[in-house]
Design a protein around this ligand. Structure first.
Ligand code: ADP
Ligand code: ZN
Length: 312
C-alpha cells in the first residue's frame, strides 16, 4: 500500500510540515510562521487535510515541538505544551487535536528529540548510541539518545536552561529568560543576541565580536554536557548555527575549556567530526517528526526505532 507519513516541527518562530518517508522521499513541504495556537495548528491540519483529500494515505503523523511539553503517555494532558513563556501557547493541545483532525495516530516529542531521531536514522548520528542534538534558535533546547534510546526522564531534558559563569564586566547584558535571566537560553538564544546587540543575529557581520561571545557561551554549555553525558557526538542546529564561522570558534573553545582532561581521540583529534551541523540541515526537525510517525504507525516499516513506552 502507498503509505505516507506526516511530520510537523513546531518552533518558536516557524512551523515546518511535510509528507514523506525520508529525506529522499518528501512529496510536499510547507513552512509558515508560528502565530497563535489556533491559527498555527489550524494551518498545519489544513495542509495535511488537503493532501488526504487528494488521496494521500497518511499512516500516522509525528510532531516535534518547542517545550516544555507533556510527554507522559498516561497523562490527560499528553501531547500539549505546558507552562511556556510564549504568549497564548500554555496548555495548547497539539498531538490530540492534530491526530483527531486527521484521523491517524500521532507521535509526539520535543523538537530536539525529533531532530535527534531524524539525525540518527538518516543524518549525522547514524550508528551512534549516545549523542545530543541542540537547537540554538528562538530558544535553546537539547535532546538526544542515551544507550540507544531517546532521552525522556521525569519530564524531558531542559539543556537550554543550565546556568553558566557570566562575567558581567565583559558582558553586561542581563539575559532574557523569564524564569532565570542569564541561563544559557537567556544569554545565547537568537532573541538574546538581538536584544544584546540591537539588531537581528542574522544581520551581524561574520567578524562581529558577537560571534566570539556566542561561541564562548555555547562552548561552556557543551563542556558541561560532555562531562555529564559523555556523548559520542554533538549536533548543533537551529537558526543561529546558520553562521558557519561559529563551528570552528566553538570547537576551539571546547578544546581549551576541557584542557586535555577527556582523553578521547574523537575529541582531541577529530573535533571537526565531534561538534557538527545536522546532516539533514534545516530539515532535521521535520524529517525527525516523520521518523516519529513511522515509529508509531500501526504497521511500521522494518528497522524502526522502538520508542520506550510508545507515544500514543
Ligand atoms: P525556531 O526557533 O522557530 O525553530 P530558528 O531555529 O530558525 O526557528 O530560530 C530563529 C532564531 O534564529 C531567530 O532569533 C533568528 O534571529 C535566528 N537566526 C535565523 N537565521 C539566522 C542566521 N542566518 N544567522 C544567525 N541567526 C539566525
Ligand atoms: Zn532559563
Amino acid at each position: 500500500m502507498d503509505r505516507w507519513y506526516g511530520g510537523i516541527e513546531v518552533g518558536g518562530t516557524k512551523v515546518v510540515c511535510a509528507v514523506g518517508r525520508g529525506p529522499a522521499e518528501v512529496r510536499d513541504e510547507v513552512r509558515f510562521p508560528t502565530t497563535t495556537p489556533e491559527e498555527t495548528i489550524g494551518r498545519a491540519i489544513a495542509f495535511f487535510q488537503v493532501q488526504q483529500a487528494a488521496g494521500v494515505a497518511l499512516a500516522a503523523v509525528g510532531i516535534g515541538s518547542f517545550g516544555p511539553v507533556d510527554l507522559d503517555s498516561g497523562s490527560p494532558t499528553w501531547g500539549t505544551i505546558t507552562a511556556t513563556p510564549k504568549p497564548q501557547w500554555s496548555n495548547a493541545d497539539l498531538a490530540g487535536r492534530i491526530g483527531r483532525a486527521l484521523g491517524v495516530p500521532a507521535g509526539f516529542d520535543t523538537d530536539v528529540n525529533a531532530a535527534a531521531l531524524g539525525e540518527w536514522r538518516w543524518g549525522a548520528a547514524q550508528g551512534l548510541d549516545n549523542f545530543i542534538y541542540l537547537t540554538i534558535g528562538t530558544g535553546i533546547g537539547g535532546g538526544g539518545m542515551a544507550s540507544g534510546r531517546l532521552v525522556h526522564g521525569l519530564v524531558h531534558p531542559e539543556m537550554g536552561h543550565i546556568r553558566l559563569p557570566h562575567d558581567h564586566a565583559a558582558d553586561p547584558y542581563p539575559g532574557r529568560c523569564p524564569f532565570h535571566g542569564d541561563c544559557l537560553e537567556g544569554l545565547a538564544s537568537g532573541p538574546a543576541m538581538e536584544a544584546r546587540w540591537g539588531q537581528p543575529a542574522e544581520t551581524l557581520p561574520a567578524d562581529h565580536p558577537a560571534w566570539e561571545l556566542e561561541a564562548h557561551y555555547l562552548a561552556l554549555a557543551l563542556v558541561n554536557f560532555i562531562c555529564i553525558l559523555s556523548p559520542q557526538q554533538i549536533i548543533l542546529g537551529g537558526g543561529v548555527m546558520n553562521q558557519p564561522q561559529l563551528f570552528p570558534l566553538v570547537r576551539h573553545k571546547v578544546l581549551a575549556l576541557l584542557n586535555n582532561y577527556i582523553q578521547a581521540p574523537a575529541i582531541l583529534e577529530e573535533i571537526d567530526r565531534y561538534v557538527v551541523p545536522p546532516g539533514l540541515g534545516n530539515r532535521a526537525g521535520v524529517l525527525g517528526a516523520i521518523a516519529l510517525a513511522q515509529d508509531i504507525a500501526p504497521d511500521k516499516p522494518p528497522g524502526g526505532f522502538d520508542p520506550p513506552g510508545g507515544y500514543l
